[in-house]
Design a protein around this ligand. Sequence first.
Ligand SMILES: C[S@@+](CC[C@H](N)C(=O)[O-])C[C@H]1O[C@@H](n2cnc3c(N)ncnc32)[C@H](O)[C@@H]1O
Length: 215
Amino acid sequence: MKTIFKIKSVLFGILFFGFIAESAAQEVKDQSTRDERVQKFLKESQQKWQDLNVPYEDGQILHDLIVNNNYQSALEIGTSTGHSTVWIAWALSKTGGKLTTIEIDKERQQEAIQNLEAVGLSDFVDFRLGDAHQLVKELDGPFDFVFSDADKDWYVQYFKDVHPKLKKGGRFTAHNVLQNMSGIQEYMDFVKSHPDYETTLDRSSSSGIAISHKK
Ligand SMILES: C[S@@+](CC[C@H](N)C(=O)[O-])C[C@H]1O[C@@H](n2cnc3c(N)ncnc32)[C@H](O)[C@@H]1O
């Protein structure tokens, strides 16, 4: 009786670990298929974005920040048609995270949803339609990565609203900070003098990204 039980246990163990190994192998295969599809999409669409989207180099910066720091809970303010959304969601597909992204324009959001579907990244994104002035205040968080890319005159207020919901070690990033746009100087003065953050500037493109690291 005992021997039969032992044999059953061993067989069960073999089947169980075989199943786990197979699932893990399938996951790796799924991720590498996705990586290939996303890379192809990003390369081919590089020159096609025309809705105030981030340049390719800036998308790469956002992606790398998330992957290198293993961030898993992201917020994007200003989806547009989804170029930065693809980069951020792709990074989160590698860290096992999720992105909430806000856009006020329905048509742009629809296009973004289609783009994310096309590359197989929809599961990593929660699309919100509406005014970010209100929606950002309502979100619970916590977040470990934020990308601010909507109305620049509201950048300081977005930062103030997110600050209590941003984890220590997290990063608040803001786009177009090298450009002479209304609200940018005020934003840079604010974040640079904030005692809880260390702010650096990425100049990979002429747009510029301010990266504020919460201490
Ligand atoms: C610079 S674009 C975003 C580009 C996008 N991050 C990308 O790289 O593909 C800014 C977007 O913010 C949206 N926007 C502006 N003010 C907003 C607000 N108050 N609430 C939500 N979205 C807003 C605009 O409709 C626009 O699509």
